[in-house]
Design a protein around this ligand. Structure first.
Ligand SMILES: NC(=O)c1ccc[n+]([C@@H]2O[C@H](COP(=O)([O-])OP(=O)(O)OC[C@H]3O[C@@H](n4cnc5c(N)ncnc54)[C@H](O)[C@@H]3O)[C@@H](O)[C@H]2O)c1
Ligand SMILES: *[C@@H]1O[C@H](CO)[C@@H](O)[C@H](O)[C@H]1NC(C)=O
Ligand SMILES: *[C@@H]1O[C@H](CO)[C@@H](O)[C@H](O)[C@H]1NC(C)=O
Length: 318
């Protein structure tokens, strides 16, 4: 690709997620302009990204076709929003998770960019109809919700505003695929999107089982990490069922549907996450991993290292 037809993406906000998106986009050969409203912050972000990208190359974990030096040459930092937006065809917003901040950012951006520029938000918890309520042309707006860290966990949920144009969803899907992410499409907005809703169901039942004295904190985590999680790193619940009956999904539901329904109807109400009932669960967790920074950082480092290995394994497909 010659530099004249390198497409430009603007990343707004250079925190954890902004930096990750920048790394993902340069790995796909896109030119990335980073803006942060804290003066000097986007330049600092580039220093941080440089360090990470060089380490990734060293560890043979760099994504994309281009060597680190060429990827890094695609980055630039701005303290001025209008300059950062010049030439961009796609804008990925990654500022604080505060509705008013996001609303005003998109309101400002809209008046600076051309009418075909796609406006995308990284929000985890806010639905598009709220985030984009102050934008005039909402047909070009969507949420592209990443999972942390996006460099290893490739899922991105594409969530439309009720007015988002199909072509905008398609273009974003193509972009995300091209940079090596795994985009999924929600047909309508919903609180929690898909990932956080499924996660909430898992959290609720795990919490309930511990609260009801059925199983320990340690063991419910093993149910996921040594049981369900082993499959779920490669196939989802739908394919799992399809493969778990001799004649596929329909057969599975004929055999197990009734029992599944019976178990589901025994699920209780939403558990108590913060009151009296939560104290013993928190205590049990903290006995396994104390909640001071030393212990938590050590476990986070372990998590990220293992995620990196898993990402490598998935890529090689054995
Ligand atoms: N951290 C996660 O695990 C995760 C996962 C998925 C999605 N997200 C979403 O990504 C977004 C960013 O999260 P993060 O963890 O990177 O936050 P962060 O606090 O690390 O970074 C936010 C950055 O935005 C900048 N900023 C704030 N207001 C701004 C403005 N008006 N203009 C420009 N820059 C501004 C801040 O200076 C900061 O550098 C949030 O919406 C969050 O919900 C986070
Ligand atoms: C609104 O956005 C769409 C999608 O990007 C674009 O095709 C259209 O021209 C825009 N309309 C106006 C009035 O700017
Ligand atoms: C469903 O549950 C019943 C007991 O309620 C049990 O006898 C039966 O074997 C279960 N069916 C399957 C397919 O697991």
């Amino acid at each position: 690709m010659s530099s004249s037809d390198t497409k430009v993406i603007t990343v707004i906000g250079s925190g954890l997620i902004g930096r990750s998106w920048a790394m993902v986009f340069i790995s796909g050969g896109y030119s990335v302009k980073i803006y942060d409203n804290q003066p000097g912050q986007s330049a600092k972000a580039i220093t941080e990204i440089r360090k990470q990208v060089e380490e990734l190359e060293e560890a043979h974990m760099l994504r994309g076709e281009l060597p680190a030096a060429q990827q890094l040459a695609l980055l630039s930092s701005y303290d001025d929003l209008a300059q950062a937006l010049e030439g961009a065809y796609f804008v990925q917003e990654c500022v604080f998770e505060q509705l008013e901040v996001k609303q005003s950012i998109f309101q400002n951006i809209e008046h600076v960019v051309g009418k075909d520029v796609i406006l995308s938000s990284s929000t985890s918890c806010l639905v598009p109809s709220k985030v984009f309520s102050k934008v005039q042309n909402r047909s070009r707006c969507l949420v592209s919700h990443p999972v942390n860290p996006p460099y290893y966990v490739k899922l991105v949920e594409l969530v439309p505003h009720p007015e988002t144009a199909a072509a905008v969803m398609d273009t974003t899907h193509v972009l995300m695929t091209k940079v090596g992410q795994a985009p999924v499409l929600l047909r309508k907005e919903i609180d929690g999107f898909a990932l956080n809703r499924v996660q909430a169901a898992i959290i609720a039942e795990s919490w309930r089982l511990v609260q009801d004295g059925i199983i320990s904190v340690k063991d419910i985590d093993l149910v996921m990490s040594e049981g369900l999680g082993m499959r779920y790193a490669f196939i989802g619940p739908m394919e799992t069922m399809h493969l778990n009956a001799p004649e596929g999904l329909e057969d599975y539901m004929k055999r197990y549907g009734e029992n599944l329904t019976r178990v589901l109807t025994s699920f209780g109400p939403v558990p108590d996450f913060t009151g009296e009932g939560s104290k013993s669960i928190i205590k049990e967790m903290c006995e396994l991993i104390p909640s001071d920074q030393n212990h938590l950082s050590a476990r986070k480092e372990r998590r990220d290292r293992l995620l990196m290995c898993l990402a490598k394994q998935k890529k090689e497909d054995c």
